[in-house]
Design a binder for this molecule. Structure first.
Ligand code: ADP
Length: 394
């Protein structure tokens, strides 16, 4: 019998959804609700290559989900075929190294992780609860950004601070984007026919950015930390900085710690450096005439390359370096800038491959030199696959 899986990614003022047939890798339908709770709230859909957009002023999450389900009916989509709902959950703390079927204990655990991810987990939990209400007899599955990184060795996940902070408050590095890193690593293994002892570095460059060292299929180090603020330069997040800057800026500006943390999350990174935009495409277009845009790109690429070298510390070889995410998949320029910093590792970009990577199975480096390639990520598919695996194995 046909069964369908709904994938749901609930944010604080938005949610994404995709509906899959359980044995297919392309969604039947996908969509996005944005600016929820505001006058500008709207919902867009893509179904059978037709795009539709609806204004739903002031709708909250629940109203928007009901609107979406009504649209399913209009499109003759039979919601009784939905057998499970897979949810993206950002933080699973140390509780989960794999996806899990949600029950009351799981919800309690997720709530206890909320102060580790205050911008994300409450919204993820809200999404699960709304769906539990609407689909009472259907299993809800939580798929965590952190789960893939639970294999990090202690020397990689501990901060060199008072050990009691770890014991008492779970202060440690968790890592994020795990679903994406795991997906592209599995794809690389399949495409390149790598054996189980493969080692690689995956680089996810979207609005958030992180990289991951993977050994024998397991994450052994990654750039994000206790929160997604650590590591690489991102669209609006600063990545690694000297922690003393917080006190220094508090003294200089009278900003509170909360305000400074918000600045580091929302007004730093590419946006903070360029003063122009958090969007890499905009910065690349402006960089010929705007020195601030250029310096933002230079810092982004240099710090990324430096972190790739640091991740190599956890590996004894690198079978392949994989670029993914909106920037990683689409910007030949950024890939080239990054690899130029990695001459020590032997990377040599082949311009023709890099500019037309899709024609070359994603390969972007010269033949007979260390391999770097592009693989398109698909976090929704990974959530759907995990959801299918869990409901059919129980
Ligand atoms: P999110 O993390 O929100 O899913 P994406 O993975 O879609 O975001 O990545 C968004 C980033 O990708 C933006 O900075 C955008 O400018 C960048 N991007 C998309 N296409 C290109 C391109 N052709 N060249 C450079 N950057 C691009």
């Amino acid at each position: 019998m046909i069964s369908q899986i709904l994938v749901f990614n609930s944010g604080s003022s938005s949610f994404k959804f995709s509906l899959y047939q359980s044995d297919q890798s392309e969604p039947i339908l996908a969509g996005l609700a944005e600016q929820l709770g505001s006058q500008q709230a709207c919902i867009s859909f893509e179904y059978k290559q037709n795009k539709q957009k609806f204004k739903t002023p002031n709708s909250n999450h629940e109203a928007a989900i009901n609107f979406v389900l009504d649209q399913f009916k209009t499109l003759n989509i039979d919601t009784s075929l939905i057998k499970a709902i897979g949810h993206r959950v950002v933080h699973g703390g140390e509780f989960y190294n794999d996806s899990v079927i949600v029950n009351d204990e799981v919800l309690n655990n997720l709530e206890s992780c909320s102060d580790l991810a205050p911008l994300h987990n409450p919204a993820n939990i809200q999404g699960i609860k709304i769906m539990q209400n609407l689909f009472k007899d259907i299993p809800q599955i939580a798929v965590f950004d952190t789960a893939f990184h639970q294999t990090l060795p202690k020397h990689a996940y501990l901060y060199a601070v008072d050990y009691n902070w770890y014991k008492d408050y779970a202060v440690r590095r968790y890592g994020f984007h795990g679903t994406s890193h795991k997906y592209v690593a599995q794809q690389a293994k399949t495409i390149l026919k790598l054996d189980d002892k493969h080692q690689l570095i995956t680089i996810h460059l979207g609005n958030g950015c992180s990289a991951c060292a993977i050994k024998d299929g397991k994450s052994v180090d990654t750039t994000m930390g206790m929160t997604p603020l650590e590591g690489l330069v991102m669209g609006t997040r600063c990545g690694d900085i000297d922690p003393s800057i917080l006190q220094f800026i508090a003294n200089k500006t009278n900003l509170s710690l909360d305000e400074i943390t918000t600045k580091l999350n929302k007004q730093s990174g590419l946006l903070g450096l360029s003063g122009l935009s958090n969007d890499m495409r905009t910065l690349i277009a402006a960089s010929a005439t705007n020195p601030q845009a250029k310096i933002a790109i230079d810092v982004f690429c240099f710090k990324l390359a430096k972190q790739i070298m640091a991740l190599a510390t956890s590996l004894s070889k690198i079978d392949v370096l994989v670029f993914t995410g909106g920037i990683g998949e689409n910007s030949a320029f950024i890939r080239e800038e990054v690899l130029e910093h990695l001459v020590l590792l032997g990377y040599k970009v082949e311009t023709e491959f890099n500019n037309h990577q899709k024609l070359y199975n994603g390969q972007i480096t010269k033949a007979n030199t260390p391999l770097a390639m592009v693989i398109k990520t698909d976090e929704e598919l990974m959530i759907k696959n995990d959801t299918t695996r869990l409901i059919f194995s129980n």
